[in-house]
Design a binder for this molecule. Sequence first.
Ligand SMILES: NC(=O)c1ccc[n+]([C@@H]2O[C@H](COP(=O)([O-])OP(=O)(O)OC[C@H]3O[C@@H](n4cnc5c(N)ncnc54)[C@H](OP(=O)(O)O)[C@@H]3O)[C@@H](O)[C@H]2O)c1
Length: 374
Amino acid sequence: MISFRGSGGVEKLYLKLIPQTTILASLTKNMSSKHHLAAVLHAKGERLNVENIPTPTPGPDDILVEVKSIALNPIDYVMRDFGFAVSSYPTVPGSDVAGTVISVGSNVPGSTPKPGSRVFGFAPGFFKNSKVEYGGFQTRVVLPATNVTPMSSGMSFNEATLLPMSVLTAWSGFYSIGIGRNTKLSSSDKQGFLVWGGAASIGTSAIQIANMMGFAVYAMASEQHHSYLKSLGAMKCFDYKAPDALELVVKSARADGLALNSGFDAIGQVHNCAEILKQTANGAPKLATAKRIDPLAPKADGIEVNFIKAPEDPKEQTEHFSFVFNHWLKEKLEKKEFTPSPKIHVVDGGLQSINSALDELKKGVSGVKLVLEV
Ligand SMILES: NC(=O)c1ccc[n+]([C@@H]2O[C@H](COP(=O)([O-])OP(=O)(O)OC[C@H]3O[C@@H](n4cnc5c(N)ncnc54)[C@H](OP(=O)(O)O)[C@@H]3O)[C@@H](O)[C@H]2O)c1
């Protein structure tokens, strides 16, 4: 027996597990408006199993979305393979989705997109005790209204699905080192901002936001991405593979008269970033890092290094999500002031390809986000 927790209570049913190899056609035949397909993780280290599961009713503050595109993030294979951030099984991993609103809860604000609207959003499974309905890898997902943005005209579902994790993490990075939402610098302030891993999905959004705040952005990325990253707002790009990369950045900052007081490390290069900030800052340097900080690792002296995370206080966290999705992204996309990034790479086969797509991501990608059309 498998039990799935619906928003309105625990729904139990007997399901004959459909093997991974079963073709999509036979699954679709079993679907009704009360059921949909989900890539379910039953235990740590297992492959995701695409199954027919009951479609929940959204809770009062949630909306139900018919998913059209899903983007993949490194945490998804870390959840599958190592059980990271999974608090109970079965669960459905996945965070980045775009699709069409089916229904909305009784308590959502009037500004929430109505049924039929095209939206994208952040599926918060790991913030919600791994509840199945909040995982992104399924054809119908429940999203809190605070995590949803209406799609701007002309935007495709694939473009929209690039945004949630990337933009949320970039904003959480600024939050974690105390750079305020209303930061507005001018070129005369001579404030630089280092993004190590500029071509990483989260790095591309950090570049765009830092540039909008008025920082002069220095990005570390492979040379083939430099012109793209400059088009997103990087002032200068450096090849992290060059043996003298650190020296080049420091020399350049001095020549430009810039103080690099803060940075965003998308990769886990704390010591290299710290070295640059130490040599170029004129204040107390701060670094946001996307990789967990090993408590046993040597400390980066003279630098405040904070792991990137959304606010932990529930009220503050809800407000943070709402700021990112209901307000900031909505406005910037309407005004065409933010570009969904990086580039899209569609993996064929829809939800059925979820495991092989995650395997591909695990091997490493360069300047692209893997997307499934469902
Ligand atoms: N803390 C959080 O809340 C949070 C949230 C989201 C993601 N993350 C973590 O952040 C990391 C990045 O996630 P993502 O989705 O942005 O990754 P991604 O897009 O898959 O990253 C791929 C990129 O990493 C770049 N890269 C690899 N090694 C590099 C190095 N030594 N220096 C500079 N760039 C390097 C590559 O750049 P080139 O192509 O230029 O070689 C490649 O384009 C992952 O570890 C993820 O788990 C954390």
